[in-house]
Design a protein around this ligand. Structure first.
Ligand SMILES: [Zn+2]
Length: 160
């Protein structure tokens, strides 16, 4: 098979309709850029008219998700954080959190990509995860630590 994937895709900004341009990450992050070799699809209206961009899979330059403005980027970070907190505290396995959340939000598991989430899906997943965390924190105590270690054991063993 011919490997000819490294070419920019045609991507249009969902906010303003301008075409997105493949750029080095330093174009957006400037001196703060820790990975200047990374790429982003950046709205051609950036930064004057529009704030939207998205990261790429470096091996094929396909976007990691849909383009997002500052608010949506922030919400996606929050959603990742809330979701990760659930499995990192041992309340579920990582795979389990995705399945559980997909079910709660009526999404197919294959659509559980936060990089594709809308504002609404981000807010819902943050709310649902925080609810579970608050509920489990309330129960708290030794029981939680025991459950946590058991779930971590299963996760490490690849069970469940
Ligand atoms: Zn735009």
């Amino acid at each position: 098979m011919r490997k000819n994937l490294r070419r920019p895709a045609d991507i249009w900004c969902p906010y303003c309709g301008r075409k997105a341009v493949l750029r080095n990450a330093s174009y957006v992050y400037g001196e703060r850029c820790i990975r200047p070799d990374k790429h982003l699809y950046v709205c051609s209206g950036y930064p004057k008219h529009c704030d939207a961009y998205v990261g790429v899979h470096e091996h094929n330059l396909m976007p990691l998700g849909t383009m997002a403005d500052g608010e949506l980027r922030h919400l996606r970070i929050e959603a990742h954080y809330a979701l990760n907190t659930v499995w990192k505290r041992g309340y579920m396995t990582k795979k389990g959190v995705y399945a559980w959340l997909a079910n709660k939000m009526n999404l197919r598991e294959k659509d559980m990509h936060i990089g594709h989430f809308s504002y609404y899906c981000c807010e819902e997943s943050i709310r649902i995860c925080r609810e579970l965390i608050a509920e489990r924190d309330k129960k708290g105590g030794d029981r939680r630590r025991q459950t946590g270690s058991r779930e971590r054991y299963y996760a490490a063993a690849g069970v469940g």
